[in-house]
Design a protein around this ligand. Structure first.
Ligand code: GLC
Length: 733
């Protein structure tokens, strides 16, 4: 692993050139040329579409194996029937549920992301898979985005460095990744047809940069074309995105697969850069053979598609069929990685002397459906059938055994939901109201006389899910009302938000004395939460996105450009399943906020958030001193001292934001340009160096259609949160 971390460090500093020299995709070019010479048209086209639901064909005559894909960016999905979405119901495919994307991002650690990718790859190999359909890394444009929890961050540099780590970690285990979804798949509503209208500058600086980083710095082997359109053209046939930018400009040498049901033509897709139609062969099967025979598609285009697939196929050693699935997928080694990620992801937002849990707290009431709800399954393609999952209550019970008495009451339960195309029974809501009244009464009884209340609420994997965006960020299932009632009986409340995306914390923040975001935090999430709450470890997560006071403060809502109006409706999956995929639907998503996504909006527009990007408290105080910055060649070296003024060892995520006050173009107040997670022992001081490639300060010049790095003043801010930057200096480029 040391070699790879050196590579990771080199890539993070040295960038693209270093990575290209070692690109495993370019080690078989001569052999591939010879293979293609012997192939028939049918054999070639046979590789360009789905074979099974999660595989595409190799070349049986030559003993070249099929490509086996594995869903889930945060856990290897259970085995499905070859030609349907039905699980096979095995037991060996029980996997580790890794913390979801925003939780990984809350660690702000490319090194942890590397471990994460390694863990995912180890489990994918045990399942005989060649390519993980992840990382899911679209920019979190909407607090309500159905997959905001799956994605990483609202910031391109943070998202990009984590995707680089994940990619290197996975591909160092000889497991391909598939960066998804390329590109600008920022919403789930109308995802199957929404057309994104976006400035070139916003596209480049914000939405494409994470993908560019993972291609250039980590030689990502796969990319998944997104369902949506950009500038009027389907992503899966968008020549500008797939050929001009991804391949010709960034040097991508791997293969592009469509999202499932996201292919929309034969000639357009194959000449637009798509290698594999998934699933099925509507467009890139016989229709493609016919198109070649009629001359509509030149053979050299087919050969280029086959070459890109064979580059990945020959770089990834297939797992023998008699080896795959002979061990249970989830292993102690990967479970330990899940714990490490979870333990570094938890964000402490507020602490009025209640955390860590005091030893005098002898009776603790744990309230909330999310204290016992497992979060592995759900979210369509991102569901994980786990070997086990430690819930918050189980984690607390284990950690506090013999130290405190725990009372549990559910307090609330999710509202009944009708299945696809079904109706709720007539009296369902009436019955629900009765159950909720009973649950509330039980909760109020449980908190009475307790030394402390730990309220575990938030969302769940039905509330935040692929296929639909939330319509608000309100806490669901009357949680606020319940918390208010609890506070009247017992004001000593620690609130734990189990969620993957922002929720409205206005009431919670008033009521709770302690407030923690603990994410959909994986198989070991309950243990990690207990270790933080009991003070075994200090919390060290930082918000990877802004928590707005209210939804309308967020840019797309403030500008009224989301939600959009649609003609027709229904999710791409529903249409696929209902064979209704040819219904014409249109909707335009105008990204009017441009580059002002997330904290770029709030800081520049002076809109105060509930909690800002990069924010997170510890159990110790950190002091920043002695900032110095200088330009050394192509990097900006930023150094400063960091003192841990507390007793216990703790990690701090140090952050560097840069402003360009003399810029000739419109810019945010400042932008994240570097960061580093640092462990410091109690009472000690450490010198921190953050090397920032000058290229990180680039902006897209929309007249030249090219990157520029402006000369002139650069003001450098350093601190532990985007709203707390105690050190400042400036340099001149
Ligand atoms: C889904 C998702 C994608 C997933 C694929 C296969 O629609 O958009 O992320 O990998 O289909 O399940």
């Amino acid at each position: 692993m040391k070699k790879s971390l050196i590579l990771l460090a080199a890539c993070l500093i040295g960038g693209a050139a270093f990575a290209q020299q070692t690109n495993p995709l370019l080690q078989h070019e001569t052999e591939i040329t010879e293979i293609i010479k012997t192939m028939t048209l049918e054999e070639k086209v046979n590789m360009l579409h789905g074979k099974n639901m999660f595989s595409s064909a190799g070349i049986e005559r030559l003993g070249i194996a099929d490509m086996e894909y594995a869903d889930g960016p945060f856990g290897i999905r259970e085995e499905m029937e070859p030609h349907s979405w039905m699980p096979l119901g095995w037991e060996t495919d029980r996997a580790t549920f890794f913390p979801t994307g925003s939780a990984l991002a809350a660690t702000w650690s490319p090194e942890i992301a590397y471990e994460y990718g390694k863990g995912m790859a180890i489990e994918a190999k045990l399942r005989g898979k060649d390519m993980i359909l992840g990382p899911a890394m679209n920019i979190q444009r909407l607090p309500t985005g159905g997959r905001t929890y799956e994605y990483l961050s609202e910031d391109p540099i943070l998202s990009g460095e984590l995707a680089v780590g994940y990619t290197l970690g996975s591909q160092d285990q000889n497991e391909a990744v598939c960066l998804k979804h390329f590109a600008v798949n920022s919403q789930e509503n109308m995802r199957g047809f929404v057309n994104v209208n976006i400035s070139e500058r916003a596209l480049r600086e914000i939405y494409l940069t994470p993908f560019e980083m993972a291609v250039k710095k980590a030689n990502a082997m796969g990319v998944m074309a997104a369902y949506n359109k950009v500038w009027g053209t389907w992503c899966s046939e968008n020549f500008t995105l797939q050929e001009t930018i991804l391949r010709n400009e960034w040097g991508f040498k791997g293969m592009i697969i469509s999202d499932w049901g996201g292919t929309h033509s034969t000639v357009g897709a194959v000449t637009g850069g798509l290698e594999v139609e998934m699933p099925g062969n509507t467009y890139m099967g016989q229709a493609l053979i016919d198109s070649v025979k009629t001359g509509a598609v030149p053979m050299n285009v087919i050969d280029a598609r086959v070459r890109n697939i064979l580059r990945v196929r020959l770089a990834i050693t297939p797992v023998p069929k008699d080896v795959a699935n002979t061990k249970v997928t989830s292993q102690p080694e990967t479970q330990a990685i899940a714990y490490k990620v979870a333990s570094k992801s938890i964000v402490l937002l507020k602490n009025e002397g209640v955390l860590p849990l005091a030893s005098k707290a002898k009776t603790i009431a744990v309230i909330g459906d999310n204290a016992t709800r497992t979060m592995g399954l759900g979210g369509v393609g991102a569901g994980v059938k786990t070997l086990y999952e430690v819930t918050p209550l189980e984690g607390l019970q284990k950690a506090l055994k013999g130290k405190a008495k725990i009372r549990y009451a559910r307090g609330y339960e999710p509202a009944p939901r009708a299945g696809w195309g079904q109706q709720l029974p007539e009296n369902a809501m009436e019955e629900y109201a009765k159950r909720m009244a009973t649950l509330k009464k039980e909760a109020l009884k449980a908190v009475k006389g307790a030394d402390l209340v730990i309220f575990v609420g938030g969302n769940n994997r039905e509330v935040e899910t692929e296929g639909s965006d939330r319509t608000s960020i309100q806490l669901p299932f009357q949680q606020e009302e319940l918390m208010k009632a609890i506070a009247e009986v017992n004001p000593n409340i620690v609130a734990v938000m189990v969620a993957g995306a922002p929720v409205d914390l206005r009431e919670v923040n008033k009521i709770a004395k302690g407030l923690v975001y603990s994410w959909f935090n994986g198989t070991e999430g309950g243990n990690a939460l207990a270790d933080v709450l009991t003070g075994k470890i200090a919390p060290s997560g930082k918000l990877p996105f802004t928590l707005p006071v209210k939804l309308d403060d967020s840019p797309a809502y403030a500008l009224g450009v989301y939600p959009q109006q649609e003609q027709g409706g229904g999710d791409v999956f529903v249409n696929l399943v209902n064979r209704d995929r040819f219904a014409v639907r249109k909707a335009d998503a105008d990204y009017s906020e441009g580059i002002f996504v997330g904290y770029r909006w709030y800081t520049t527009k002076n809109v105060k958030p509930m909690y800002p990007f990069g924010y997170g408290l510890s159990y110790v105080d950190f002091k920043y001193t002695n900032l110095a910055a200088k330009v050394e060649g192509e990097t900006i070296e930023v150094t400063f001292d960091l003192a841990n003024q507390g007793q216990m060892e703790a990690d701090e995520v140090t952050q560097v934001y840069i402003a360009r006050p003399d810029s000739k173009v419109e810019r945010p107040k400042y932008e994240l340009k570097g960061f580093k997670r640092v462990a410091v022992k109690g009472g000690e001081t450490t010198k921190v160096t953050i090397s920032i490639p000058k290229d990180n300060l680039r902006h897209w010049n929309e007249f030249q259609h090219a990157w520029n790095v402006e000369n002139g003043k650069a003001v450098i801010y350093v601190g532990g949160s985007s709203d707390n930057l105690p050190l400042q200096t400036e340099i001149t480029l």
